[in-house]
Design a protein around this ligand. Structure first.
Ligand code: IMP
Ligand code: MG
Length: 328
């Protein structure tokens, strides 16, 4: 029995989808599990040279791995079926591979309508907050109550605890900086985006092997608060990094990497494998800056930046500096 976890450790859009897709290909998992969030997520995946953006559906389906939307998630039947159609039309086999936990909650039409004009938090307007609110107020609807979803139902206790050969890859959504408890409240999402969230989805903590923390070499955030300093360099960064939302198309606000926040996310989520993406973007930009201990550190070049980060992080963490353009 084994569980690996892929987590966003900034504010989402760190390329978790790419990492999950990569690990699905190279490791022999029996399951891929989405454990939090809804169709607010937008995971960009390049599969066999084609671009896909998934919202609900775990990246395991691209390699025929049994993929489950867990009870920690909220699911919009409307968006789910749209996504199913899109993937099937592209030739991705979903039959017998895609399941939804019976006790996942539903994003209803009313939840979607309620969020249509939301602007205070700058949500994705996908009904995520209202669905979680109703779940906790005990007014929600579970997936098992929606007849259209019947053929996708699965009981995760039976699935994971009757078999001694489970190897599950847990695919996080959003990022720890958007976690409802650890993010910058109220500018957060309505679910738990950290490691603890995994274990609310029938995964036994004793199965845990690797926690892949996924970050970018700079930061982005989408939402209502002001995040980006008023400097032209960030517009250049946004364009070079193609930092426009995969779900909503909104421009992502950009800023330099905050090393202290990164350290905090790593510690609170027991990250032992760290992926830092988009090295090619800062290389093209030609500026290598980060915040550390409330100071802006201006580094000479890419190597100096990697060395600086490596030196500040615990040495039992394996670090992978990765490029956007190496699309797997
Ligand atoms: P909600 O999750 O749609 O309620 O949005 C709450 C906050 O999280 C907003 O700032 C969103 O832009 C942000 N957010 C939600 N999902 C994602 C994501 O997948 N990537 C980046 N930001 C997200
Ligand atoms: Mg995204």
């Amino acid at each position: 029995m084994l569980a690996d976890v892929v987590l966003g450790i900034q504010h989402g859009d760190e390329a978790k989808g790419k990492v999950t897709h990569y690990l699905s290909k190279n490791k022999d998992y029996t399951h891929v599990l989405r454990f939090n969030g809804g169709c607010n997520a937008g995971h960009t995946i390049y599969h066999e040279g084609r671009k896909f953006v998934t919202h609900h559906i775990p990246a395991g389906v691209f390699y025929g791995i049994k993929s489950i939307i867990g009870p920690g998630c909220v699911i919009s039947p409307k968006h789910f079926f749209e996504e199913v159609k899109e993937l099937q039309e592209a030739g991705i086999q979903l039959h017998g591979k895609l399941f939804i936990a019976k006790n996942a909650h539903v994003i209803t039409e009313n939840h979607l309508v309620e969020e249509k004009m939301e602007s205070k938090i700058g949500t994705t307007r996908r009904g995520n907050g209202p669905a979680y609110r109703d779940k906790y107020a005990r007014k929600g609807i579970r997936a098992s109550e929606v007849s259209a979803l019947n053929s996708y139902m699965i009981d995760l206790y039976e699935e994971f605890h009757n078999d001694k050969t489970i190897k599950v890859l847990c695919e996080g959504a959003q990022g720890f900086g958007l976690d409802v408890d650890w993010g910058d409240y109220p500018y957060v999402t309505s679910s738990h985006c950290g490691l603890g969230s995994v274990f609310l989805n029938a995964v036994d903590p004793r199965w845990l092997r690797d926690v892949w923390g996924v970050a970018k070499i700079y930061e982005t955030y989408v939402g209502a608060k002001s995040f980006e300093p008023d400097e032209p360099v960030f517009q250049a960064l946004r364009d070079l990094g193609e930092e426009y939302g995969a779900t909503t198309g909104r421009p992502r606000q950009c800023n330099w990497l905050n090393l202290n926040e990164l350290q905090k996310s790593i510690t609170l989520n027991s990250v032992n494998k760290l992926v830092i993406n988009k090295m090619d973007v800062v290389r093209e930009l030609g500026q290598f800056k980060l915040y550390h201990d409330e100071k802006l550190v201006d580094l000479e070049g890419e190597k100096e930046m990697c060395d600086y980060i490596t030196a500040q992080l615990p040495n039992n963490i394996e670090i992978f500096f990765s490029e956007d353009k190496n699309r797997i």
